[in-house]
Design a binder for this molecule. Structure first.
Ligand SMILES: Nc1nc2c(ncn2[C@@H]2O[C@H](COP(=O)(O)OP(=O)(O)OP(=O)(O)O)[C@@H](O)[C@H]2O)c(=O)[nH]1
Ligand SMILES: [Mg+2]
Length: 387
């Protein structure tokens, strides 16, 4: 019986500049009918055939024993990401050539913008490269740079093609993923913002100084010391956090300056990611104005019970949630209201007790979950045009 031999006739080229580098990328254009033959040396970690993979999937595996990542960009084009050394690249190109694929030398056409790549992929690459470069310039910690660099392995090309898909079962999950991790991705290049709000003298400035490790804000026993918003940036586990100390909230300010300071404090919740309500009361309650600011704040609220060193006996633990209204034992103290809080920490800005836990709790409320290492993150504006 006569057998039809399907002869590969595609082409391949190295997209990354020739010469040693951390990672090299080889683009392969080939009919799906012969992909099995061309990609034979690739062994998926899950042992399935590369050509049978769905379009737009990242496949992890090896090529003649070398770790590689294979991305199927379109039904008939693939990218092979391998070690950037000369040996790995030439071994893969040799295998492709042996399988009948024509190899285009980088000098024959622009190595970084091959004319045979589909237009949409070229556009995607440009947008992603620009977003990642800008994010790398703006990020300020090693953790952020590491998270951004992980995104350079082709996963954002896949994310963009999913977002462009007309099939809702492909586009939907991609759009949800972007929504889920946008806040996280944005803060790889932009500080989280946290404000300390509370009555005068509860220790807001002292807390900012304790976290910053320096006397950034003026502290005094006179209520109404802080007038303007005072900021300090700290790094918590590789994340930049900008703290704002504010004027103490009270209904009878003693000067026009304090009135302005309190107005600035009241407007701050519109600009922050986490609200820290500070109290020094034995029962952990806050005055009605602070309670209402906390209750209308859309993000997480952390109740900070300062001056723990002054509490003679440890009061019963208070759980996050709604603190019930009760009469204060102190007749001069302002009335209290139920207040929403997601977490409570006991601290002393003077002795430093609970300050590391305060920093940890802040971050925990800002980033309750971390993405899996292979999650595509919407870095910069890399998918904004597709949303
Ligand atoms: N014992 C004790 N005293 C504290 C603690 N934190 C602050 N204080 C004292 O409380 C007083 C007020 O502290 P500040 O940090 O200026 O309070 P504030 O909330 O910024 O006050 P305003 O700026 O007036 O709103 C100062 O005398 C501090 O030394 C603490 O943890 N324990
Ligand atoms: Mg102050």
């Amino acid at each position: 019986m006569e057998q039809t031999l399907i002869r590969p006739s595609g082409n391949a080229r190295q997209l990354t500049p020739p010469g040693p580098g951390a990672v090299a990328v080889i683009h392969v254009q080939n009919s799906p009918d012969t992909a099995e033959t061309v990609l034979r040396p690739f062994v998926r970690n899950d042992s399935r055939s590369a050509s049978l993979a769905e379009w737009d999937r990242i496949l992890y595996g090896s090529w003649n024993g070398e770790d590689v990542v294979l991305v199927r960009l379109t039904p008939d084009s693939w990218e092979i990401h391998c070690h950037g050394g000369f040996a790995a690249v030439s071994s893969i190109l040799n295998d492709l050539q042996t399988a009948g694929v024509a190899i285009t030398q980088p000098s024959e056409a622009g190595a970084s913008s091959p004319s045979d790549l589909p237009e949409s992929i070229l556009t995607d690459r440009n947008i992603i490269d620009a977003s990642i470069s800008e994010a790398l310039i703006r990020c300020r910690t090693r953790l952020a740079a590491d998270r951004i660099l992980r995104q350079t392995d082709g996963r954002l090309v896949v994310l963009r093609s999913h977002l462009r898909s007309r099939n809702p079962t492909i586009r939907g999950p991609a759009a949800s993923l972007v929504g889920e991790w946008k806040f996280y991705a944005d803060h790889l290049t932009k500080p989280f913002r946290i404000a300390f709000l509370g009555a005068p003298n509860v220790g807001k400035s002292s807390l900012l100084n304790a976290l910053a490790g320096r006397q950034r804000s003026i502290v005094s026993a006179i209520p109404g010391t802080t007038r303007d918003v005072v900021e300090a940036e700290i790094i918590v586990d590789g994340w930049i956090v900008r703290l704002s100390d504010t004027a103490g909230l009270r209904s009878a300010p003693d000067s026009a300056l304090e009135v302005e300071g309190i107005a600035r404090a009241r407007s701050l919740p519109d600009q922050i990611d986490l609200l820290c309500c500070v109290t020094d009361r034995e029962d952990g309650r806050c005055d009605p104005e602070l309670s209402s600011l906390a209750n209308s704040f859309p993000g997480p609220v952390l109740l900070v019970r300062n001056k723990s060193d002054l509490r003679m006996h440890r009061t019963a633990a208070i759980s996050p949630g709604q603190l019930a209204v009760s009469q204060s034992s102190n007749a001069d103290a302002p009335a209290t209201s139920p207040m929403r809080s997601d977490q409570i920490v006991e601290v002393s800005a003077i002795t430093g007790d609970g300050i590391p836990e305060l920093a940890t709790q802040m971050l925990q409320l800002l980033i309750p979950r971390h993405p899996e290492p292979d999650t595509p993150l919407p870095i910069g504006g890399c998918v904004d045009d597709l949303l």
